[in-house]
Design a protein around this ligand. Structure first.
Ligand SMILES: Cc1ncc(COP(=O)(O)O)c(C=O)c1O
Length: 357
């Protein structure tokens, strides 16, 4: 087993920037906490784990990740429980997914203790940045990128792992209008769709701008061959409630294995609510809508939490969904998961990871 030092050097900021935060209007990605974590991997060995004041970085214009996209990330959140103690939600699942992404992208894994300690130390140092308002949280962004100074397509030999954090509200404040993809594709089986690779998001930028011009907020990505089967939405997995059953696309290598998705399936199963992980076609959704059986549709993710879908736009059709107030299932899950994450109700599955006792 590789041993790696978790004795990190810590350089604290001279004076905190926390007073610039508008706590009533945090938004998403507007404010960054005082410190960041940084470490380098050379010849397969992680070293120089350190915490520094949040600052700009300097790199060679020939840095390979800029050119060839060997770059991955994660997204998780820290919350305050009713006793004011900091806690995370299933962070080891993020680590597992991070290392799976790393392997798929030809990058080194980050050892368990190194990853966990970097986050624990950083969140502890910037605890004052965890919002007190319920529904808000400290977003944690671990990421890794190739740092070889090399022009030419080959896997990098050097990498940087970093963690930054920022106080955030939920990603979407309103229900989202979702356009069903009929021209562009996000991912395909055998590709890198299930990795949290930077390039997956780059591929969606232009199509989303186009969808926004047409009055939509996001795109429901469909299978890349027939544009028939639903995959996921932007930064969320997707769920449909049809005639009393929750249906979410099965994991097929093209879809991110969402931690919120997995948690929702567990909460629903605990309550005896019928759930299916399977292919779901646009024809089935159109039919269910026509017959009044499409009761709910929502996206799920760490950043987005549970985000109601107000309508689906498919070709020249608009499938309007019921009022948000009537969506018993998604409203129940949103509350239940929110309450587990913040320690307001019992955590039956040991999902909460306390940072302080
Ligand atoms: C493409 C994509 N799908 C789904 C999700 C939801 O995953 P999770 O619930 O782990 O945040 C995310 C967010 O990380 C995402 O970026």
């Amino acid at each position: 087993m590789v041993t790696v030092s978790t004795e990190f050097k810590i350089e604290k900021i001279k004076s905190s920037k926390i007073e610039i935060v508008d706590w009533d209007n945090i938004g998403f990605g507007r404010f960054y906490s005082d410190h960041m974590f940084m470490a380098d991997c050379e010849n397969g060995k992680w070293k120089n784990g350190q915490i520094l004041p949040f600052q700009n970085l300097e790199f060679s214009p020939a840095m390979s990740s800029i050119h060839y996209g060997q770059s991955i990330f994660e997204g998780m959140k820290a919350f305050l429980n009713p006793q004011g103690k900091a806690q995370l939600f299933r962070p080891e699942k993020n680590l597992e997914r991070f290392n799976k992404s790393a392997l798929r992208m030809g990058m080194p894994e980050v050892p368990h203790d190194f990853f966990m300690k970097s986050i624990e130390t950083l969140v502890d140092l910037d605890k004052a940045w965890i919002p007190r308002k319920r529904g808000s949280a400290l977003y944690i962004r671990p990421f890794m990128f190739a740092t070889d100074r090399f022009i030419g397509v080959k896997p990098s030999e050097n990498f940087r792992f970093m963690v930054i954090t920022c106080p955030v509200d939920a990603y979407y404040s309103e229900p989202v209008k979702v356009f069903v993809a009929d021209k562009y594709v996000r991912a395909f089986e055998g590709g890198v769709g299930e990795a949290k690779a930077a390039g997956n998001y780059a591929a969606t930028m232009m199509p989303v701008v186009e969808a926004k011009k047409n009055g939509f907020d996001q795109i429901l990505w469909m299978d890349p061959v027939q544009f028939k089967y639903a995959q996921e939405i932007g930064t969320m997995n997707v769920f449909f409630i049809i005639d009393g059953t929750a249906i979410t696309p099965r994991l097929n290598g093209a879809i991110l294995e969402g931690i919120t998705r997995d948690s929702i399936l567990q909460v629903l199963k605990d309550k005896g609510f019928p759930c299916e992980e399977r292919d779901i076609s646009i024809d089935e959704l159109v039919d269910a809508h026509k017959n009044g059986k499409l009761q709910d549709a929502f996206g799920s993710g760490t950043a987005a939490t549970i985000s109601h879908i107000s309508c689906l736009g498919y070709k020249d059709m608009i499938l309007d969904l019921p009022d948000v107030e009537s969506r018993n299932v998604s409203n129940m899950i949103k509350k239940e998961l929110g309450d587990i994450k913040t320690g307001y109700i019992e955590d039956k599955h040991n999902w909460v990871y306390p940072l302080e006792r």
